[in-house]
Design a protein around this ligand. Structure first.
Ligand SMILES: Cc1ncc(COP(=O)(O)O)c(C=O)c1O
Length: 434
């Protein structure tokens, strides 16, 4: 594909070094299965499922057809005080995948909106119970919860918040769970569960009854696949229960099979009160996020309002958009029909074994992983992130797409990947890093 000089100028790209990119652009123009193609015709294996979205691989005709059919039938339906069938059906299908009594689903358009929605749900829930004094939120260092003001307030990544100090007050961060002693651990580290006691300390410091919710990514994704130490999430659950604090799992990356189960909640056997999700909900084919909550949260908020009154003053013009719901339903059909969550679990040992072979390389500082998700942390060279950025570009031109955050490459192939795809990814990584 050709593009004219300067036609790239007007688009202000997200989380991108715009000037650098526009001088040497890397455009994806086609996708099929585990592969993408660049604007010069190069074939690129997708080692990060786009950005953890394309679980069933790219270019799935079932999804394209479902979206096209839906748009021809009804392109838009007002979601406030009205509805259309696909949103109810998708909510039912998502609720069937979430654990236990997490049965109510609210639709958003992104993971960021899901996080901000979850914050508001936590506030509304406590207020409905007469505990509106719970205004404080707990998050974690190295957390990423999207880019809206709520999510930025919860962020544990300095760069994402330093320009925006005017975020919501009252957020305190627990320590992150990366420990030097756990470098090169496959799966859950044995040590570190006691880091969850930071939440207990906040309860003692501020009073447990002032805290509304504790937000964590079960596996911290964007800052490098930090797998929770054994017993860590269980301990958070215990402390939340003891103090009436809602536990929120941000499953935007972990959800829909990435860890070999529907959600991280099932992988680690810990049930949160609220789950946020997005990305693979539609296989990335339409923008969509969701928040799933326990029955008690929905019922408390709903029953607290007068009859016939709106119960939760929140929603988006595009909540449960017909095209997004059609994509979601088609994606969930594929996941089920092709057994993709089980397939991810089966491929995981091979995937992790092959990736961990890279630990002999000088450039590699640490490798971590769970399911079909791994972080390959490079030793920094120059400014933090400079090496990661360069490696990401080099990999692209060598035929591998990997999402980098700072100096950490996040490897997360589509769940349809086979051993040969893993071999190809590891091979290009080794050649480039060596
Ligand atoms: C854990 C987590 N939460 C929230 C988000 C934000 O999602 P979105 O980019 O769809 O707004 C992300 C995105 O990567 C994420 O990883």
């Amino acid at each position: 594909m050709q593009y004219k000089a300067n036609t790239l100028e007007h688009y202000w790209m997200p989380f991108t070094a715009n000037r650098d990119f526009k001088a040497d652009p890397r455009l994806f123009v086609r996708g099929e299965g585990c592969y993408l193609w660049d604007h010069k015709g190069g074939k690129i294996i997708d080692g990060s499922s786009g950005m953890f979205c394309s679980a069933a691989g790219h270019g799935r005709p079932e999804i394209a057809d479902a979206v096209s059919r839906q748009l021809r039938e009804i392109d838009y339906a007002p979601p406030f005080q009205n509805g259309h069938p696909a949103s109810f059906e998708l909510a039912r299908r998502v609720a069937a995948l979430t654990p236990e009594d997490i049965n109510y689903v609210f639709f958003t358009n992104s993971g960021s909106e899901a996080v901000d929605t979850a914050l508001k749900m936590a506030m509304a829930y406590h207020r409905a119970r007469g505990e509106g004094q719970r205004m404080r939120f707990v998050s974690r260092e190295r957390a990423y919860h999207g880019v809206n003001i709520g999510g930025v307030s919860l962020s544990g990544m300095a760069k994402n918040r330093e320009t925006f100090p005017g975020v919501i007050p009252g957020v305190v961060c627990m320590r992150h769970t990366w420990l030097a002693e756990n470098r090169f651990t496959k799966g859950q580290p044995e040590t570190g569960a006691e880091l969850a006691d930071d939440l207990q300390r906040f309860c003692e410091m501020y009073g447990g009854t002032t805290i509304a919710a504790c937000f964590v990514e079960p596996v911290a994704g964007s800052t490098g696949c930090l797998v929770p130490p054994k017993g860590y999430l269980e301990r958070l659950r215990e402390i939340c229960d003891a103090h009436g604090i809602l536990l929120v799992f941000d499953e935007v990356i972990c959800g829909f099979g990435r860890l070999g189960t529907a959600f991280a909640a099932q992988a680690f056997g810990v049930v949160p009160d609220i789950m946020t999700m997005a990305k693979a909900l539609t296989n990335g084919a339409q923008p969509m996020g969701a928040v799933a909550v326990r029955d008690g949260i929905y019922e408390t908020i709903t029953n607290a309002a007068p009859e016939n009154a709106i119960e939760f003053f929140h929603g988006y013009t595009y909540s449960g958009h017909p095209a997004a719901c059609a994509a979601g339903l088609a994606a969930l059909d594929i996941y089920e029909r092709e057994g993709l969550f089980e397939r991810a679990a089966e491929l995981s040992p091979y995937f992790l074994d092959r990736l961990f072979e890279l630990q002999d390389l000088d450039a590699v500082a640490d490798i971590r992983g769970y399911g079909l998700f791994a972080g390959v942390e490079l030793k920094a060279e120059g400014a933090p992130g400079a090496r990661g950025t360069q490696v990401q570009k080099d990999l692209f031109w060598k035929g591998l797409h990997i999402k980098f955050t700072g100096d950490c490459g996040l490897v997360a192939p589509p769940l349809i990947a086979a051993k040969e795809h893993v071999d190809e990814i590891v091979g290009i990584l080794r050649d480039t890093l060596a």
